[in-house]
Design a protein around this ligand. Structure first.
Ligand SMILES: [Zn+2]
Length: 507
Protein backbone atom coordinates (compact mmCIF):
# COMPACT_ATOMS: atom_id res chain seq x y z
CA UNK A 1 0.00 0.00 0.00
CA UNK A 2 2.79 2.42 0.95
CA UNK A 3 4.31 2.00 -2.49
CA UNK A 4 1.34 3.77 -3.93
CA UNK A 5 2.21 7.09 -2.33
CA UNK A 6 -1.50 7.62 -1.80
CA UNK A 7 -1.73 6.56 1.77
CA UNK A 8 -3.99 9.39 2.79
CA UNK A 9 -6.73 8.08 0.51
CA UNK A 10 -6.41 4.62 1.93
CA UNK A 11 -6.61 6.00 5.43
CA UNK A 12 -9.74 7.89 4.58
CA UNK A 13 -11.15 4.77 2.98
CA UNK A 14 -10.96 2.90 6.24
CA UNK A 15 -12.72 5.64 8.16
CA UNK A 16 -15.37 6.00 5.49
CA UNK A 17 -15.90 2.25 5.46
CA UNK A 18 -17.23 2.40 8.99
CA UNK A 19 -19.72 5.08 7.98
CA UNK A 20 -20.89 3.51 4.80
CA UNK A 21 -21.31 -0.05 6.00
CA UNK A 22 -24.26 -0.04 8.39
CA UNK A 23 -24.29 -3.80 8.34
CA UNK A 24 -24.97 -5.94 11.39
CA UNK A 25 -22.05 -8.38 11.88
CA UNK A 26 -22.88 -11.98 10.96
CA UNK A 27 -21.79 -13.22 14.36
CA UNK A 28 -24.22 -10.87 16.08
CA UNK A 29 -27.33 -11.70 14.05
CA UNK A 30 -27.03 -13.59 10.78
CA UNK A 31 -30.62 -12.97 9.79
CA UNK A 32 -30.29 -9.23 10.39
CA UNK A 33 -27.00 -9.25 8.48
CA UNK A 34 -28.77 -10.87 5.52
CA UNK A 35 -31.51 -8.25 5.42
CA UNK A 36 -28.96 -5.44 5.79
CA UNK A 37 -26.97 -6.76 2.83
CA UNK A 38 -30.05 -7.16 0.64
CA UNK A 39 -31.10 -3.60 1.37
CA UNK A 40 -27.71 -1.85 1.40
CA UNK A 41 -26.35 -3.60 -1.68
CA UNK A 42 -29.58 -2.53 -3.43
CA UNK A 43 -30.56 -6.06 -4.43
CA UNK A 44 -34.20 -5.81 -3.38
CA UNK A 45 -36.58 -3.72 -1.35
CA UNK A 46 -39.84 -4.16 0.48
CA UNK A 47 -43.00 -2.92 -1.21
CA UNK A 48 -46.49 -1.91 -0.02
CA UNK A 49 -47.59 -5.40 -1.14
CA UNK A 50 -47.27 -7.74 1.83
CA UNK A 51 -44.71 -10.47 1.27
CA UNK A 52 -43.71 -9.18 -2.17
CA UNK A 53 -40.37 -7.59 -2.96
CA UNK A 54 -39.15 -5.28 -5.68
CA UNK A 55 -36.01 -6.69 -7.24
CA UNK A 56 -33.78 -3.70 -7.86
CA UNK A 57 -31.62 -3.38 -11.00
CA UNK A 58 -28.46 -4.71 -9.33
CA UNK A 59 -30.31 -7.76 -7.98
CA UNK A 60 -32.10 -8.25 -11.27
CA UNK A 61 -28.79 -8.16 -13.15
CA UNK A 62 -27.66 -11.14 -11.04
CA UNK A 63 -30.90 -12.91 -11.91
CA UNK A 64 -30.33 -12.22 -15.61
CA UNK A 65 -26.87 -13.82 -15.39
CA UNK A 66 -28.39 -16.81 -13.60
CA UNK A 67 -31.03 -17.06 -16.32
CA UNK A 68 -28.43 -16.93 -19.08
CA UNK A 69 -26.28 -19.64 -17.52
CA UNK A 70 -29.23 -21.97 -17.01
CA UNK A 71 -30.98 -21.18 -20.28
CA UNK A 72 -27.84 -22.06 -22.21
CA UNK A 73 -27.60 -25.40 -20.39
CA UNK A 74 -31.29 -26.20 -20.98
CA UNK A 75 -31.02 -25.43 -24.68
CA UNK A 76 -27.82 -27.45 -25.05
CA UNK A 77 -29.80 -30.43 -23.77
CA UNK A 78 -32.65 -29.99 -26.23
CA UNK A 79 -35.13 -27.88 -24.27
CA UNK A 80 -37.10 -24.94 -25.66
CA UNK A 81 -38.91 -22.06 -23.94
CA UNK A 82 -42.64 -21.32 -24.06
CA UNK A 83 -45.22 -19.46 -22.00
CA UNK A 84 -48.47 -20.54 -20.33
CA UNK A 85 -51.25 -18.61 -18.52
CA UNK A 86 -50.94 -17.15 -15.05
CA UNK A 87 -54.47 -18.34 -14.11
CA UNK A 88 -55.66 -21.88 -13.53
CA UNK A 89 -59.41 -22.64 -13.48
CA UNK A 90 -60.39 -24.23 -10.16
CA UNK A 91 -61.73 -27.48 -11.69
CA UNK A 92 -58.41 -28.14 -13.40
CA UNK A 93 -56.44 -27.58 -10.23
CA UNK A 94 -58.63 -30.13 -8.40
CA UNK A 95 -57.83 -32.98 -10.77
CA UNK A 96 -54.64 -34.33 -9.22
CA UNK A 97 -55.60 -35.06 -5.61
CA UNK A 98 -52.17 -35.07 -3.96
CA UNK A 99 -51.15 -31.96 -5.85
CA UNK A 100 -54.22 -30.03 -4.68
CA UNK A 101 -53.79 -31.13 -1.12
CA UNK A 102 -50.16 -30.06 -1.13
CA UNK A 103 -50.73 -26.63 -2.61
CA UNK A 104 -54.23 -25.67 -1.38
CA UNK A 105 -53.05 -23.76 1.72
CA UNK A 106 -50.86 -21.52 -0.45
CA UNK A 107 -53.11 -20.74 -3.40
CA UNK A 108 -54.28 -17.19 -4.11
CA UNK A 109 -57.65 -16.94 -5.87
CA UNK A 110 -59.23 -14.50 -8.26
CA UNK A 111 -62.98 -14.35 -7.65
CA UNK A 112 -63.93 -11.21 -9.52
CA UNK A 113 -63.14 -9.74 -12.94
CA UNK A 114 -64.07 -6.13 -13.51
CA UNK A 115 -67.47 -5.73 -11.89
CA UNK A 116 -68.56 -9.36 -12.26
CA UNK A 117 -68.20 -12.27 -9.89
CA UNK A 118 -66.56 -15.17 -11.72
CA UNK A 119 -68.56 -18.36 -12.23
CA UNK A 120 -65.46 -20.36 -11.57
CA UNK A 121 -62.63 -19.13 -9.36
CA UNK A 122 -59.21 -18.80 -10.95
CA UNK A 123 -56.11 -19.83 -9.07
CA UNK A 124 -52.97 -17.81 -9.59
CA UNK A 125 -50.43 -20.48 -10.51
CA UNK A 126 -48.38 -21.74 -7.57
CA UNK A 127 -46.68 -23.95 -10.21
CA UNK A 128 -47.86 -24.93 -13.68
CA UNK A 129 -48.12 -28.74 -13.93
CA UNK A 130 -51.88 -28.41 -14.23
CA UNK A 131 -52.16 -25.90 -17.03
CA UNK A 132 -49.19 -27.26 -18.95
CA UNK A 133 -50.40 -30.85 -18.54
CA UNK A 134 -53.76 -29.79 -19.99
CA UNK A 135 -52.05 -28.38 -23.06
CA UNK A 136 -49.78 -31.40 -23.48
CA UNK A 137 -52.90 -33.58 -23.57
CA UNK A 138 -53.88 -31.68 -26.73
CA UNK A 139 -50.45 -31.62 -28.30
CA UNK A 140 -49.37 -35.20 -27.76
CA UNK A 141 -51.14 -37.80 -29.91
CA UNK A 142 -48.49 -40.24 -31.00
CA UNK A 143 -45.12 -41.50 -29.80
CA UNK A 144 -43.73 -39.35 -32.62
CA UNK A 145 -44.76 -36.23 -30.63
CA UNK A 146 -42.49 -37.24 -27.76
CA UNK A 147 -40.47 -36.20 -25.94
CA UNK A 148 -41.84 -32.72 -25.20
CA UNK A 149 -39.06 -30.70 -23.58
CA UNK A 150 -40.40 -27.28 -22.60
CA UNK A 151 -39.20 -24.73 -20.06
CA UNK A 152 -41.01 -21.63 -18.89
CA UNK A 153 -39.48 -18.52 -17.27
CA UNK A 154 -42.24 -17.08 -15.15
CA UNK A 155 -43.54 -15.75 -11.86
CA UNK A 156 -45.59 -17.83 -9.44
CA UNK A 157 -47.53 -17.00 -6.29
CA UNK A 158 -47.60 -18.98 -3.05
CA UNK A 159 -49.35 -17.34 -0.12
CA UNK A 160 -46.72 -17.23 2.61
CA UNK A 161 -47.12 -16.20 6.23
CA UNK A 162 -43.48 -15.44 6.92
CA UNK A 163 -41.40 -14.00 4.12
CA UNK A 164 -37.80 -13.03 3.58
CA UNK A 165 -36.41 -11.38 0.42
CA UNK A 166 -35.31 -13.94 -2.20
CA UNK A 167 -35.64 -16.88 0.20
CA UNK A 168 -39.40 -16.94 0.62
CA UNK A 169 -41.69 -14.39 -0.96
CA UNK A 170 -45.34 -14.58 -1.92
CA UNK A 171 -44.57 -13.88 -5.57
CA UNK A 172 -41.26 -15.05 -6.97
CA UNK A 173 -39.51 -15.58 -10.28
CA UNK A 174 -38.36 -18.97 -11.44
CA UNK A 175 -38.03 -21.35 -14.30
CA UNK A 176 -40.16 -24.46 -14.48
CA UNK A 177 -39.37 -27.23 -16.91
CA UNK A 178 -42.12 -29.65 -17.90
CA UNK A 179 -41.35 -32.65 -20.02
CA UNK A 180 -43.31 -35.64 -21.34
CA UNK A 181 -41.75 -38.94 -22.39
CA UNK A 182 -42.58 -42.25 -23.97
CA UNK A 183 -41.12 -44.45 -21.25
CA UNK A 184 -40.53 -44.47 -17.52
CA UNK A 185 -36.79 -44.85 -18.14
CA UNK A 186 -36.63 -41.73 -20.30
CA UNK A 187 -38.50 -39.70 -17.69
CA UNK A 188 -36.10 -40.85 -15.00
CA UNK A 189 -33.10 -40.03 -17.22
CA UNK A 190 -34.49 -36.54 -17.78
CA UNK A 191 -35.06 -36.02 -14.04
CA UNK A 192 -31.44 -36.96 -13.38
CA UNK A 193 -30.09 -34.95 -16.33
CA UNK A 194 -31.67 -31.80 -14.94
CA UNK A 195 -30.49 -32.46 -11.40
CA UNK A 196 -26.96 -32.77 -12.80
CA UNK A 197 -27.40 -29.47 -14.68
CA UNK A 198 -28.52 -27.78 -11.45
CA UNK A 199 -25.53 -29.13 -9.56
CA UNK A 200 -23.12 -28.12 -12.30
CA UNK A 201 -24.64 -24.66 -12.49
CA UNK A 202 -24.64 -24.09 -8.72
CA UNK A 203 -21.04 -25.20 -8.36
CA UNK A 204 -19.51 -23.65 -11.50
CA UNK A 205 -21.44 -20.37 -11.75
CA UNK A 206 -22.53 -19.68 -8.18
CA UNK A 207 -19.43 -21.28 -6.59
CA UNK A 208 -21.92 -22.96 -4.24
CA UNK A 209 -21.19 -26.61 -3.44
CA UNK A 210 -24.33 -28.74 -3.25
CA UNK A 211 -25.32 -32.22 -2.15
CA UNK A 212 -27.53 -33.93 -4.71
CA UNK A 213 -29.86 -36.69 -3.71
CA UNK A 214 -33.40 -37.94 -3.30
CA UNK A 215 -36.01 -36.39 -1.03
CA UNK A 216 -37.90 -38.51 1.47
CA UNK A 217 -41.60 -39.29 0.89
CA UNK A 218 -42.69 -36.57 3.31
CA UNK A 219 -40.55 -33.88 1.66
CA UNK A 220 -41.30 -34.73 -1.96
CA UNK A 221 -43.27 -32.52 -4.36
CA UNK A 222 -47.05 -32.88 -4.09
CA UNK A 223 -48.03 -35.31 -6.84
CA UNK A 224 -44.55 -36.53 -7.73
CA UNK A 225 -43.37 -40.15 -7.72
CA UNK A 226 -39.87 -39.09 -6.73
CA UNK A 227 -38.28 -35.75 -5.94
CA UNK A 228 -34.57 -35.00 -6.08
CA UNK A 229 -32.86 -31.87 -4.78
CA UNK A 230 -29.61 -30.03 -4.49
CA UNK A 231 -28.90 -28.74 -0.99
CA UNK A 232 -26.36 -26.07 -0.08
CA UNK A 233 -25.04 -25.03 3.31
CA UNK A 234 -25.34 -21.35 4.23
CA UNK A 235 -22.89 -19.30 6.31
CA UNK A 236 -24.98 -19.78 9.47
CA UNK A 237 -24.94 -23.56 9.15
CA UNK A 238 -28.50 -23.90 7.85
CA UNK A 239 -29.27 -25.74 4.64
CA UNK A 240 -30.92 -24.18 1.61
CA UNK A 241 -32.83 -26.34 -0.85
CA UNK A 242 -31.59 -24.75 -4.03
CA UNK A 243 -33.29 -26.68 -6.81
CA UNK A 244 -35.61 -29.63 -7.30
CA UNK A 245 -36.24 -32.12 -10.08
CA UNK A 246 -39.34 -34.31 -9.98
CA UNK A 247 -40.18 -37.56 -11.68
CA UNK A 248 -43.98 -37.32 -11.86
CA UNK A 249 -44.45 -40.86 -13.15
CA UNK A 250 -47.83 -41.12 -14.88
CA UNK A 251 -49.68 -39.28 -12.08
CA UNK A 252 -50.27 -36.06 -13.98
CA UNK A 253 -50.56 -37.79 -17.35
CA UNK A 254 -53.46 -39.83 -15.92
CA UNK A 255 -55.12 -36.83 -14.25
CA UNK A 256 -54.86 -34.69 -17.41
CA UNK A 257 -55.13 -37.44 -20.03
CA UNK A 258 -51.77 -37.00 -21.67
CA UNK A 259 -52.09 -40.07 -23.90
CA UNK A 260 -50.40 -41.23 -27.03
CA UNK A 261 -50.50 -44.07 -29.46
CA UNK A 262 -47.38 -46.11 -28.85
CA UNK A 263 -45.11 -47.85 -31.31
CA UNK A 264 -47.19 -51.00 -30.73
CA UNK A 265 -50.40 -49.06 -31.57
CA UNK A 266 -51.72 -49.27 -27.99
CA UNK A 267 -52.86 -46.10 -26.23
CA UNK A 268 -50.55 -45.23 -23.33
CA UNK A 269 -50.12 -42.51 -20.75
CA UNK A 270 -47.01 -40.37 -21.05
CA UNK A 271 -44.37 -40.16 -18.31
CA UNK A 272 -43.72 -36.62 -17.16
CA UNK A 273 -41.20 -34.61 -15.17
CA UNK A 274 -41.00 -31.10 -13.78
CA UNK A 275 -38.11 -29.14 -12.32
CA UNK A 276 -37.33 -25.66 -11.10
CA UNK A 277 -34.98 -23.16 -9.56
CA UNK A 278 -35.91 -19.66 -8.47
CA UNK A 279 -34.67 -16.26 -7.35
CA UNK A 280 -33.96 -18.10 -4.09
CA UNK A 281 -30.57 -18.86 -5.65
CA UNK A 282 -29.67 -15.19 -5.14
CA UNK A 283 -30.32 -15.64 -1.42
CA UNK A 284 -28.05 -18.68 -1.58
CA UNK A 285 -25.23 -16.67 -3.15
CA UNK A 286 -25.55 -13.95 -0.52
CA UNK A 287 -25.47 -16.40 2.39
CA UNK A 288 -22.79 -18.69 0.98
CA UNK A 289 -20.15 -16.06 0.27
CA UNK A 290 -20.94 -12.80 2.08
CA UNK A 291 -19.00 -11.39 5.04
CA UNK A 292 -19.28 -8.57 7.55
CA UNK A 293 -18.44 -6.00 4.86
CA UNK A 294 -21.36 -7.16 2.72
CA UNK A 295 -21.87 -9.13 -0.42
CA UNK A 296 -19.19 -11.18 -2.19
CA UNK A 297 -20.22 -12.13 -5.69
CA UNK A 298 -18.68 -14.98 -7.67
CA UNK A 299 -17.33 -13.35 -10.87
CA UNK A 300 -19.57 -15.43 -13.16
CA UNK A 301 -22.75 -13.89 -11.73
CA UNK A 302 -21.37 -10.47 -10.79
CA UNK A 303 -23.07 -7.66 -12.75
CA UNK A 304 -19.73 -5.85 -12.50
CA UNK A 305 -16.71 -8.11 -12.26
CA UNK A 306 -14.30 -5.20 -12.00
CA UNK A 307 -14.82 -1.68 -10.69
CA UNK A 308 -12.27 0.93 -11.72
CA UNK A 309 -11.81 3.77 -9.25
CA UNK A 310 -9.71 6.66 -10.59
CA UNK A 311 -7.76 8.62 -7.97
CA UNK A 312 -8.69 12.29 -8.45
CA UNK A 313 -5.32 14.02 -8.16
CA UNK A 314 -4.06 16.99 -10.14
CA UNK A 315 -5.40 17.11 -13.65
CA UNK A 316 -6.72 13.53 -13.37
CA UNK A 317 -9.55 14.16 -15.79
CA UNK A 318 -7.03 14.77 -18.58
CA UNK A 319 -4.57 12.03 -17.55
CA UNK A 320 -6.00 9.29 -15.36
CA UNK A 321 -9.55 9.26 -16.67
CA UNK A 322 -8.72 8.66 -20.37
CA UNK A 323 -6.40 5.83 -19.35
CA UNK A 324 -9.10 4.32 -17.13
CA UNK A 325 -11.58 4.53 -20.01
CA UNK A 326 -9.08 2.83 -22.29
CA UNK A 327 -8.63 -0.03 -19.82
CA UNK A 328 -12.39 -0.35 -19.42
CA UNK A 329 -12.90 -0.58 -23.19
CA UNK A 330 -10.12 -3.14 -23.55
CA UNK A 331 -11.57 -5.32 -20.76
CA UNK A 332 -15.06 -5.06 -22.23
CA UNK A 333 -13.71 -6.22 -25.58
CA UNK A 334 -12.61 -9.38 -23.78
CA UNK A 335 -16.05 -9.92 -22.27
CA UNK A 336 -15.27 -8.58 -18.80
CA UNK A 337 -18.11 -6.63 -17.14
CA UNK A 338 -16.58 -3.38 -15.93
CA UNK A 339 -17.90 -0.37 -14.02
CA UNK A 340 -15.84 2.79 -14.21
CA UNK A 341 -16.84 4.82 -11.18
CA UNK A 342 -15.69 8.31 -12.18
CA UNK A 343 -18.26 10.12 -10.03
CA UNK A 344 -16.84 13.38 -8.79
CA UNK A 345 -19.07 13.72 -5.76
CA UNK A 346 -17.67 10.69 -3.91
CA UNK A 347 -14.15 10.11 -2.59
CA UNK A 348 -12.19 6.99 -3.60
CA UNK A 349 -12.48 5.76 -0.01
CA UNK A 350 -16.26 5.97 -0.11
CA UNK A 351 -16.29 4.12 -3.40
CA UNK A 352 -14.02 1.34 -2.09
CA UNK A 353 -16.40 0.67 0.78
CA UNK A 354 -19.48 0.95 -1.43
CA UNK A 355 -18.29 -1.54 -4.06
CA UNK A 356 -16.99 -3.87 -1.39
CA UNK A 357 -20.43 -3.84 0.16
CA UNK A 358 -21.94 -4.59 -3.24
CA UNK A 359 -19.61 -7.53 -3.70
CA UNK A 360 -17.65 -6.58 -6.83
CA UNK A 361 -14.97 -9.30 -7.11
CA UNK A 362 -12.09 -7.06 -8.17
CA UNK A 363 -11.32 -3.36 -7.67
CA UNK A 364 -8.82 -1.45 -9.73
CA UNK A 365 -7.34 1.78 -8.38
CA UNK A 366 -5.56 4.02 -10.82
CA UNK A 367 -3.95 7.40 -10.04
CA UNK A 368 -1.18 9.68 -11.35
CA UNK A 369 1.52 7.73 -9.47
CA UNK A 370 0.29 4.50 -11.03
CA UNK A 371 0.49 6.07 -14.49
CA UNK A 372 4.12 7.03 -13.83
CA UNK A 373 4.90 3.45 -12.95
CA UNK A 374 2.71 2.13 -15.77
CA UNK A 375 0.81 -0.07 -13.38
CA UNK A 376 -2.47 -0.22 -11.45
CA UNK A 377 -3.42 -1.42 -8.00
CA UNK A 378 -5.81 -4.36 -7.79
CA UNK A 379 -7.76 -5.42 -4.70
CA UNK A 380 -9.56 -8.75 -4.39
CA UNK A 381 -12.90 -8.70 -2.61
CA UNK A 382 -12.66 -12.30 -1.38
CA UNK A 383 -9.22 -12.15 0.31
CA UNK A 384 -8.78 -8.35 0.43
CA UNK A 385 -5.34 -8.99 -0.99
CA UNK A 386 -3.85 -6.02 -2.86
CA UNK A 387 -1.35 -6.26 -5.65
CA UNK A 388 0.27 -3.92 -8.15
CA UNK A 389 -0.22 -5.11 -11.72
CA UNK A 390 1.68 -3.78 -14.73
CA UNK A 391 -0.38 -2.21 -17.52
CA UNK A 392 1.34 -4.63 -19.86
CA UNK A 393 -0.80 -7.72 -20.05
CA UNK A 394 -3.36 -6.26 -17.68
CA UNK A 395 -6.34 -7.92 -19.37
CA UNK A 396 -4.74 -11.34 -19.10
CA UNK A 397 -3.91 -10.68 -15.45
CA UNK A 398 -7.48 -9.67 -14.68
CA UNK A 399 -9.15 -12.53 -16.53
CA UNK A 400 -6.83 -14.90 -14.67
CA UNK A 401 -7.59 -13.28 -11.33
CA UNK A 402 -11.34 -13.51 -11.91
CA UNK A 403 -11.04 -17.24 -12.62
CA UNK A 404 -8.93 -17.57 -9.49
CA UNK A 405 -11.51 -15.75 -7.37
CA UNK A 406 -14.31 -17.94 -8.76
CA UNK A 407 -12.39 -21.07 -7.79
CA UNK A 408 -11.27 -19.71 -4.41
CA UNK A 409 -14.87 -18.92 -3.45
CA UNK A 410 -15.95 -22.44 -4.32
CA UNK A 411 -13.04 -23.96 -2.41
CA UNK A 412 -13.77 -21.83 0.63
CA UNK A 413 -17.46 -22.74 0.60
CA UNK A 414 -16.63 -26.43 0.22
CA UNK A 415 -14.19 -26.27 3.11
CA UNK A 416 -16.84 -24.58 5.23
CA UNK A 417 -19.32 -27.32 4.40
CA UNK A 418 -16.82 -30.04 5.23
CA UNK A 419 -16.04 -28.38 8.55
CA UNK A 420 -19.75 -28.20 9.28
CA UNK A 421 -20.68 -31.74 8.31
CA UNK A 422 -20.61 -34.45 10.89
CA UNK A 423 -21.40 -38.13 10.72
CA UNK A 424 -23.01 -39.41 13.88
CA UNK A 425 -23.40 -42.90 15.26
CA UNK A 426 -26.05 -42.35 17.91
CA UNK A 427 -29.12 -40.25 18.48
CA UNK A 428 -27.55 -38.60 21.53
CA UNK A 429 -24.68 -37.52 19.34
CA UNK A 430 -27.15 -36.28 16.71
CA UNK A 431 -28.91 -34.10 19.28
CA UNK A 432 -25.64 -32.81 20.71
CA UNK A 433 -24.44 -31.72 17.27
CA UNK A 434 -27.73 -29.98 16.50
CA UNK A 435 -27.65 -28.09 19.78
CA UNK A 436 -24.09 -26.98 19.16
CA UNK A 437 -22.61 -25.77 15.93
CA UNK A 438 -25.20 -26.19 13.18
CA UNK A 439 -24.51 -27.78 9.83
CA UNK A 440 -25.18 -31.07 8.07
CA UNK A 441 -25.48 -34.24 10.09
CA UNK A 442 -25.10 -37.53 8.26
CA UNK A 443 -26.88 -40.43 9.86
CA UNK A 444 -28.44 -43.79 9.09
CA UNK A 445 -32.20 -43.70 8.53
CA UNK A 446 -34.59 -46.62 8.26
CA UNK A 447 -36.95 -44.90 5.81
CA UNK A 448 -39.82 -44.44 8.26
CA UNK A 449 -41.70 -41.14 8.19
CA UNK A 450 -42.19 -41.53 11.94
CA UNK A 451 -38.50 -41.47 12.71
CA UNK A 452 -38.10 -38.50 10.37
CA UNK A 453 -40.93 -36.60 12.08
CA UNK A 454 -39.63 -37.35 15.56
CA UNK A 455 -36.15 -36.18 14.64
CA UNK A 456 -37.64 -32.97 13.26
CA UNK A 457 -39.82 -32.46 16.32
CA UNK A 458 -36.97 -32.98 18.75
CA UNK A 459 -34.06 -31.30 16.96
CA UNK A 460 -35.68 -29.04 14.28
CA UNK A 461 -33.48 -30.81 11.76
CA UNK A 462 -35.18 -31.95 8.57
CA UNK A 463 -34.05 -34.69 6.26
CA UNK A 464 -32.51 -32.73 3.39
CA UNK A 465 -31.91 -35.64 1.07
CA UNK A 466 -30.45 -39.08 0.63
CA UNK A 467 -27.36 -38.69 -1.53
CA UNK A 468 -26.92 -41.18 -4.36
CA UNK A 469 -24.90 -44.19 -3.35
CA UNK A 470 -25.06 -42.72 0.12
CA UNK A 471 -22.80 -45.34 1.64
CA UNK A 472 -19.91 -43.83 -0.28
CA UNK A 473 -21.25 -40.33 -0.74
CA UNK A 474 -19.22 -37.16 -0.45
CA UNK A 475 -18.22 -36.45 3.08
CA UNK A 476 -17.66 -40.13 3.76
CA UNK A 477 -14.22 -39.99 2.22
CA UNK A 478 -12.68 -39.07 5.54
CA UNK A 479 -13.26 -35.35 5.05
CA UNK A 480 -16.24 -35.16 7.33
CA UNK A 481 -14.97 -35.51 10.86
CA UNK A 482 -16.99 -37.22 13.51
CA UNK A 483 -18.28 -40.45 14.86
CA UNK A 484 -18.21 -43.85 13.31
CA UNK A 485 -21.10 -44.69 11.03
CA UNK A 486 -22.78 -47.75 12.45
CA UNK A 487 -23.41 -49.48 9.17
CA UNK A 488 -27.00 -50.20 8.44
CA UNK A 489 -28.87 -48.84 11.44
CA UNK A 490 -31.32 -45.96 11.82
CA UNK A 491 -29.99 -43.27 14.15
CA UNK A 492 -33.46 -42.90 15.71
CA UNK A 493 -34.85 -46.42 16.09
CA UNK A 494 -31.91 -48.73 15.46
CA UNK A 495 -33.73 -50.69 12.77
CA UNK A 496 -31.87 -51.59 9.57
CA UNK A 497 -31.08 -48.61 7.38
CA UNK A 498 -30.44 -48.95 3.65
CA UNK A 499 -28.09 -45.95 3.58
CA UNK A 500 -27.40 -42.57 5.06
CA UNK A 501 -29.36 -39.36 4.94
CA UNK A 502 -28.24 -35.75 5.33
CA UNK A 503 -30.07 -33.73 7.96
CA UNK A 504 -29.92 -30.02 8.80
CA UNK A 505 -31.94 -27.13 10.05
CA UNK A 506 -33.10 -25.48 6.86
CA UNK A 507 -34.49 -22.31 5.35
ZN1 LIG B 1 -35.92 -45.40 12.16
Amino acid sequence: MSERGEKSDTGKAEKKAALVTEITPQSEDFSRWYLDVVRRAELADYTPVKGCMAIRPYGYAIWELIQQGLDRRFKETGHVNAYFPLFIPEKLLMREAEHVEGFAPQVAWVTRGGDEDLEERLAIRPTSEVIIGTMYARWVKSWRDLPVLINQWANVVRWEKVTRPFLRTTEFLWQEGHTAHETAEEAQEETMRILAIYKDFAEKELAMPVVDGQKSESEKFAGASRTYSIEALMGDGRALQSGTSHNLGQNFAKAFEIQFQGRDKTVQHAWTTSWGVSTRLIGGVIMTHGDDSGLILPPRVAPYQVVIVPIPRGNWQETVLPKAKGIQAELQRHGVRVMLDARDEYTPGWKYAEWELRGVPLRMEIGPKDLEKSSVMLARRDTREKLAAPMDGLTVTIVGLLDGIQQALYDRALRFREEHTQRVGSYDEFKAVMEGRPGFVIAGWCGSANCEAEIKGETQATLRNIPFDSRVAEGRSGQAPGGEFVAGTCVKCGRPSPGEAWFAKAY
